[in-house]
Design a protein around this ligand. Structure first.
Ligand code: DX5
Ligand code: ZN
Length: 220
């Protein structure tokens, strides 16, 4: 089955002093990727529930919320109420992955499960049917602007052969130069932080990514 390719700019690389404008500058994307960090699961703290609630008012983009927090179940309800559309939790951060994904779905949200670069696919074996989306981290979570770790592409490819009809997202170090190899690995949801927000004309940059999507689809 042919999956729809989606682009998800990550606001972690945006200028938070003008967040509304930054979000509007990527309005032609598919998702808005929102990284939530707790300073425990990862060595960084980003933004949280009040910010998501506020920015919900300024855009209709689908909110793809990536929770890099320990024991995510403590906050799933609040992120659902704040306006998340997709809530992704880390397999490494949950001791009841099935229960947590079911909780996300109970709020009528799409449930995603993420794994860090060195976490094997075995960690998500039990939720292959339950999860709506699988996020393969292509950098160590915590910071934007890192280099994509090549071996994670192989992991995505293996997963894509097992879960043919589900969304596979990749996050970290993706740019115009390597996006083709990411797509070839069976990924259909592309998160891009610095490669979009570090340039002035986001609209143009997003269109360049879409051209790459089209080239890939025409080859396939
Ligand atoms: C890293 C975050 C990413 C980050 C990606 O922990 O999950 O979403 O913003 O940024 P780039 O594309 O710059 O690697
Ligand atoms: Zn992310």
């Amino acid at each position: 089955m042919k999956k729809i390719l989606k682009l998800a700019p990550s606001i972690l690389s945006a200028d938070f002093s003008v967040l509304k404008n930054e979000i509007n500058s990527v309005a032609n994307a598919d998702y808005l990727h929102i990284d939530v960090m707790d300073g425990m699961f990862v060595e960084n703290i980003s933004l949280g529930i009040p910010v998501i609630k506020s920015i919900r008012k300024v855009t209709d983009l689908i909110f793809d919320v990536h929770l890099m927090i320990d024991e995510p179940r403590r906050y799933i309800k609040q992120f659902a109420n704040a306006g998340a559309d997709i809530i992704t939790i880390h397999a490494e951060a949950s001791d009841d992955l099935k229960g947590d994904l079911k909780m996300i779905k109970s709020f009528n949200k799409k449930a995603g499960v993420a794994i860090k670069p060195n976490t094997s696919l075995d960690a998500i074996n039990d939720v292959l049917d339950l999860a709506d989306m699988f996020l393969i981290m292509s950098v160590e979570p915590g910071f934007g602007g890192q280099k994509l770790i090549d071996f994670t592409l192989q992991k995505a490819l293996s997963l894509s052969k097992i879960v043919c009809d589900k969304d596979i997202e990749m996050d970290g170090g993706i740019n115009l130069e390597n996006v083709e190899s990411v797509l070839k690995s069976g990924v259909n949801v592309i998160v891009v932080g610095s490669a979009i927000f570090n340039c002035d004309d986001r609209n143009k940059k997003i269109n360049r990514f879409r051209e790459k999507f089209m080239e890939y689809e025409n080859q396939a």
